[in-house]
Design a protein around this ligand. Structure first.
Ligand code: AMP
Length: 195
């Protein structure tokens, strides 16, 4: 099974993707994690992506499509994958459909985590304050200011995926403001056809 998880920044995609990985025994393919790993490793890709990510803008389609194309070739993706944070544009979604088709497979469901933007910004402020209070360094792109830009980018570039996947009959929308286990339960019910 191939699943796409998308939603505004801070909606809990990464958390739900991890839970799904455990529950369904599928690898989690997070382009955000892959890009952060490239930054930490000091690769050329990481050096190019860093400033873009710190601003909360999107890395180019060609780059992320290339990363995902390579990753999908790995053996652990043969039975499917949880795509977390990819696609984020229509061009990425079309490329993903083509990539999967060439491997004789497809996206089964695209799960949209729906949230309340103001609540997200408040959550982000709380998280930053908590991290600073406990001596941790928040992600550069996790401040309330950058979050506003990431939200704008989401509505401009990523929200069109809602119609894209609805037209394919694959869209499932879940309330991302519920507690983490509740969101996980809703997703499980959708995937198992009991919701
Ligand atoms: P995330 O961890 O998914 O929130 O991603 C963090 C940042 O990585 C995003 O704000 C973008 O700058 C970049 N990024 C991650 N995935 C993509 C993608 N599919 N397309 C473009 N940029 C991405």
């Amino acid at each position: 099974m191939n699943l796409v998880l998308f939603g505004p920044p801070g909606a809990g995609k990464g958390t739900q993707a991890k839970l799904l990985t455990e529950a369904r025994r599928l690898p989690q393919l997070s382009t955000g994690d892959m890009l952060r790993a490239a930054i930490a490793a000091g690769t050329e890709l990481g050096r190019n992506a860093r400033a873009i990510m710190d601003r909360g803008d999107l890395v180019s389609d060609d780059i992320v499509i290339g990363i995902i194309a390579e990753r999908l070739h790995e053996a652990d993706c043969a039975g499917g994958a949880i795509l977390d944070g990819f696609p984020r544009t229509i061009a990425q979604a079309e490329a993903l459909d083509r990539l999967l088709l060439s491997r004789g497979t497809k996206i089964d469901f695209a799960i949209e985590l729906k949230v309340n933007d103001e609540a997200l910004i408040e959550r982000s402020g709380n998280r930053v304050r908590e991290m600073l209070a406990t001596g941790q360094t928040p992600r550069a792109d996790d401040t309330p200011e950058t979050l506003r830009n990431r939200l704008e980018v989401y509505y401009r570039n990523t929200a069109p995926l809602i119609a894209y996947y609805r037209n394919q009959g694959k869209l499932k929308t879940v309330d991302g403001m519920a507690l983490i286990p509740e969101v996980a339960k809703s997703i499980a019910a959708l995937l198992d056809g009991s919701a």
